[in-house]
Structure formats: structure tokens, C-alpha cells
Design a binder for this molecule. Structure first.
Ligand code: NAD
Length: 356
């Protein structure tokens, strides 16, 4: 197949990890006979410096007409002054809105070789394999915000249609996995959560009878995530709860550098990015962990290009490299030499195999 990718490497370690993800994608395309047309575009702080806009028109247009967007990370001390009018994160929010990316998928898989990289006990996290589906464009972050002398208000709203569509994304995903879906809310207190619970129950019962749905209060979910994380398969929740719980869940895997994400809308076009930021403290040293970016590229193959075999091949190559000890300093073992970003890319590429 032929596909067009918009690549927004961004700032700090963004370009370093995206370079490895692109090399891996190039090798997959070569092995499986696909043609990838890659367009690299200005984005984030680098785009503020070059064009005075974190998301220049040309970048947005190219994203809207591509098959998928691969993104690094944005931000850094140079652009983080709170008084600054233009900020790199504005580009990220506008991009998600323009693409209608309402569903944020964050898989957390603990690789057997890395059970020691987490702060939790290996016996608790061994075998964890879950996916968070966070609603990304509604809820309290997008409601009215107001303030007077002695009061501040943030409005949280969800519509039936918003809950229906995110429930469908999560239930469809559960169908391809262990068919277990946990919907997280605060229905003992919040009206939006009561709506969320009713609508998700109706959608799953009517359209996904083979998926087992459980409802869980957000406080209880926060506890169970670190007490018995292995029991979860797919979890779906609203914007702010998801923001908090996905960071908690990320820590199950040990390093921010390991985890991928996808932000999807109604069609196939999606935004794929590692969950970490631009890591200014290690930028330019060639030691950033590229696994999160490479696994984001695997998600891109699966969700936007509909190439599940190619995605699985890339994930197998990552698992093989990790099992053989190919580790950057953030996850390195005391007695094994840590690899550079590019060497980890090489380790993954050398384990990619022709379709059997
Ligand atoms: P960060 O994720 O950049 O870094 C947190 C810590 O994790 C740092 O010590 C860093 O060195 C380490 N780390 C992160 N990714 C790593 C990797 N791939 N390999 C090895 N170590 C890694 O978060 P931060 O320091 O809070 O933010 C830095 C900048 O990134 C800020 O400007 C912030 O706004 C921005 N940011 C951007 C995004 C995004 O683009 N989606 C997300 C989060 C933060």
C-alpha cells in the first residue's frame, strides 16, 4: 500500500526518538512492500521560532490530508515563561481539536524483562497488559472557566453523543483483546458521571453483548490500578480522570520513555506520539529512550494504516530487543552497558523479519 505520513518531530528529544521510529517504519515498509511518503513539518517551539506559530497553517494542512500524524514532543525552558503569548502546547491542543481526536489510547504493557524497572513489586506488575481510553475533547477542561473576587468556577459537561462515541471506541478495542471493559466515573457524586454510567451501559449491552462491562468509581480505580493491575484489560473514562489515571498507570511500566499513545477521531486519521515530553535535561545527548516512539509507530500501522501484521512484527522486534537487554540509560541494568538512542533503533531494526 501507499501511505502519507505527516511527521512533527517537535522539540528537545522529539527529533531524536522520531528519527528511530521513522527508521523502523522504513524497514517495515521495505520488508512488507509498502510505500511511505514522509513529510517532516515544523511544530511546537521550533515552529514558534521559525514561523511565529506553534502550528503553522502548512503543518496543519499537511496533517489533515495525510493518513496519519507521527509526533515527537513539544516544549522546553525557552518557551515556558507563563507570560509568553505563544506556547508550544497550544499547537498540540489545536492539532487534536482540528483532527477531531476525541479518543486517547494509552496501552501499558509490562515487558517480562523490565519488571524490575518499576517502583512496584515485580509480582504485582508481571503480566500487566491494559489499555486506557481517555475522552480527550470534552468535560471540565473544555467547559466555561470563570472567576470573580472570591469565587472560581469550572463547568463540566458531557453529552450523550460524546459518551456513546468514546464507549464504542473502547468496546471495539475490548473486542479485539480479552473482552473486558472497565468504565470509570464518580457517579455517587457527579451528574455527568451518572449520564456516563447510563449511556456506557446501554451502548455495551445493545452493541457489544460479548464484552463484559464493569463500572468502577474513580477513587477505587486509582487504588486497584496499583493493587491488582493485571486484572484490567480496557479502561474507559472521562477527560480529567483519564489525565490523572493514565499517568499513574504509566508508572507501572517503569519509564515514561517506554510508552506509546494514539489520539483517534471518527475516521482512520490519528495522531501517534510517545507519552513523554521533550526531556530538555537529556536532549542533544543521544541517550533518549526511543521505545515509546517506536511503539507509537506500531500503533500507527495498526489503527491508521490498518496493517495489523506489520504492527505486530514491529512490537515483536521491540520485545526481542528488550529481552536481549537493549536498554537506554533510563532503564539500564547496573552490569550491562547502556545503549544510545540510535543503537536501540538498530537493535529493533535487526530483529524485524520478513513476513513468513
Ligand atoms: P518529560 O517527559 O519531558 O521528562 C520527565 C523526566 O523523564 C525527565 O527526567 C526526562 O529526562 C525523562 N524522560 C522523558 N522521556 C524520556 C525518554 N524518552 N528517555 C529517557 N528519559 C526520558 O516531562 P517534563 O520534564 O515535565 O517536561 C519537559 C517539557 O516537555 C516541558 O516543556 C513540557 O511542557 C513538555 N511536555 C510535552 C509533552 C508533549 O509534547 N506531549 C508532554 C509532556 C511534557
Amino acid at each position: 500500500m501507499k501511505a502519507r505520513l505527516a511527521v512533527l518531530a517537535g522539540d528537545g528529544i522529539g527529533p531524536e526518538v522520531i528519527a528511530e521510529a521513522l527508521r523502523c517504519l522504513g524497514r517495515v515498509a521495505q520488508l512488507y512492500g509498502h510505500e511511505l511518503e514522509v513529510t517532516e513539518l515544523a511544530f511546537g517551539g521550533a515552529a514558534i521560532d521559525a514561523e511565529g506559530d506553534p502550528l503553522p497553517d502548512r503543518t496543519l494542512r499537511a496533517c489533515l490530508t495525510s493518513d496519519a500524524v507521527l509526533l515527537g514532543a513539544v516544549g522546553g525552558p525557552k518557551w515556558s515563561d507563563p507570560g509568553q503569548r505563544l506556547r508550544p502546547e497550544q499547537g498540540l491542543l489545536r492539532l487534536r481539536q482540528s483532527l477531531g481526536a476525541f479518543a486517547n489510547l494509552r496501552p501499558v504493557k509490562v515487558h517480562p524483562a523490565l519488571a524490575d524497572a518499576s517502583t512496584l513489586k515485580p509480582e504485582v506488575i508481571q503480566g500487566v497488559d491494559l489499555v486506557f481510553v481517555r475522552e480527550l475533547t470534552g468535560g471540565i477542561y473544555f467547559g466555561d472557566h470563570s472567576r470573580d473576587a472570591d469565587r472560581a468556577t469550572d463547568v463540566c459537561t458531557y453529552t450523550v453523543a460524546e459518551v456513546e462515541r468514546i464507549t464504542r471506541v473502547a468496546a471495539r478495542l475490548a473486542q479485539t483483546r480479552r473482552r473486558r471493559l472497565t468504565s470509570i466515573d464518580k457517579s455517587n457524586v457527579l451528574e455527568t458521571s451518572r449520564l456516563w454510567r447510563e449511556v456506557s451501559a446501554r451502548v455495551v449491552a445493545a452493541e457489544f453483548p460479548e464484552v463484559a462491562l464493569e463500572h468502577m468509581l474513580v477513587d477505587s480505580a486509582a487504588m486497584h490500578l496499583i493493587r491488582r493491575p493485571r486484572d484490567f484489560d480496557v479502561l474507559v473514562t472521562e477527560n480529567m480522570f483519564g489525565d490523572i489515571l493514565t499517568d499513574e498507570a504509566a508508572m507501572l511500566a517503569g519509564s515514561l520513555g517506554l510508552l506509546p499513545s494514539a489520539s483517534l477521531g471518527e475516521g482512520r486519521l490519528g495522531i501517534y506520539e510517545p507519552i513523554h515530553g521533550s526531556a530538555p535535561d537529556i536532549a542533544g545527548r543521544g541517550i533518549a529512550n526511543p521505545y515509546g516512539a517506536i511503539l507509537s509507530a506500531a500503533m500507527l500501522l495498526r489503527h491508521s494504516l490498518q496493517l495489523p501484521a506489520e504492527a505486530a512484527a514491529l512490537e515483536r522486534a521491540v520485545a526481542g530487543a528488550l529481552a536481549d537487554g537493549a536498554r537506554t540509560p533510563d532503564i539500564a541494568l547496573a552490569h550491562v552497558r547502556a545503549l544510545a538512542t540510535r543503537e536501540v533503533g538498530d537493535a529493533v531494526i535487526s530483529r524485524l523479519q520478513r513476513p513468513g
